[in-house]
Design a protein around this ligand. Structure first.
Ligand SMILES: Nc1ncnc2c1ncn2[C@@H]1O[C@H](COP(=O)(O)OP(=O)(O)OP(=O)(O)O)[C@@H](O)[C@H]1O
Length: 283
């Protein structure tokens, strides 16, 4: 769905590139996450993909067509959830969406009342956005991004600054979109969000991609290939995962003790990020 080859980009008047030879692909129906510290180049990459920034080098194909060959019809195919919602505060929620609806082909537009209902804002549809909380603004931002029923969605830090309940809701909506077959590209600092919803993640630091992989694969590869078994009144014991079913020590341990917990010793995504990049993500 999205193919990026050797993408580099330098801001006008900047002395060095902010993106250097990025290569990645995003398949149809996939949630792909760009993880990296502040200033790594996540938003810049997305802005290039949604055609706010031009003059990049390298090749980008969207639905097998070079990005440069897409005209205005491209904006019917994509939806963008910006990091900082830029709503018209003096207008109501409904009026805000109506304004954006005018940019799109009417045939593809989803019903406004359905959208508000979907994110639990039906009671606030006629209220001015200045009265909305941050979580409500983010939900409005979310439905604005999907109102034209696009095939490809870009979300920049979709859960940033949200409380756990609102953050969870946004994650749920994103996963629902994936289940409808949408292709979703998110950027985030938030490892938990990435781990929970992304099919694959790419680590970006200083404009360079380090790894692109499924979170579960990364956590497993960078963890210890062991299980840790905890039992009542016993020191926790570790056993290699390989041939675990034939490991006499493991079998004896689990059959002769009152078990409390068995865990694989996989790394967290945050630990993997630090191992791979040498940097903490919340930099
Ligand atoms: N308009 C601009 N002109 C010049 N440099 C810019 C511009 N916008 C961003 N940059 C620089 O490009 C680099 C990458 O910025 P970008 O916003 O893509 O990072 P990011 O990974 O999205 O960070 P954050 O997580 O803070 O949003 C940073 O060093 C930033 O200062």
């Amino acid at each position: 769905m999205i193919k990026v080859n050797n993408l580099s980009f330098t801001y006008p008047r900047a002395s060095s590139p902010v993106l250097q030879n990025l290569n990645f692909e995003i398949s149809e129906g996939e949630i792909f996450g760009f993880l990296g510290p502040s200033g790594a180049g996540k938003s810049t990459t997305q802005k290039i993909l949604y055609k706010i920034l031009h003059n990049f080098t390298g090749e980008i194909h969207i639905k097998d067509k070079p990005l440069g060959q897409w005209g205005k019809e491209y904006f019917e195919q994509i939806g963008v959830g910006f990091e900082l919602p830029n709503h018209y505060l003096k207008l109501t929620g409904k009026e805000n969406l109506a304004l954006f609806a005018s940019f799109y082909n009417k045939n593809r537009l989803l019903k406004v009342t359905d959208l508000f209902e979907m994110v639990g804002l039906q009671d606030s549809i006629h209220k001015k956005v200045e009265t909305y909380s941050k979580g409500m603004k983010m939900r409005l931002n979310f439905i604005r991004a999907i109102m034209n029923d696009p095939d490809i969605l870009f979300f920049d830090e979709p859960t940033a600054g949200l409380d756990p309940v609102n953050g969870h809701k946004i994650k749920e909506y994103i996963v629902n979109l994936k289940n409808q077959g949408k292709t979703i590209f998110i950027t985030t600092h938030d490892m938990t969000t990435a781990d929970e919803i992304c099919d694959r993640v790419a680590f970006i630091v200083d404009g360079k991609l380090r790894v692109t992989e499924a979170p579960s694969t990364l956590k497993f590869r960078h963890g210890e290939n062991q299980v840790k078994v905890e039992a009542k009144g016993k020191q926790p014991a570790k056993f290699p995962l390989e041939h675990l079913g034939q490991n006499a020590g493991f079998l004896e341990f689990i059959s002769t003790n009152e078990l409390l917990r068995i865990n694989t010793m996989e790394a967290t995504l945050e630990e993997v990020f630090i191992q791979v990049t040498g940097k903490a993500l919340k930099a």
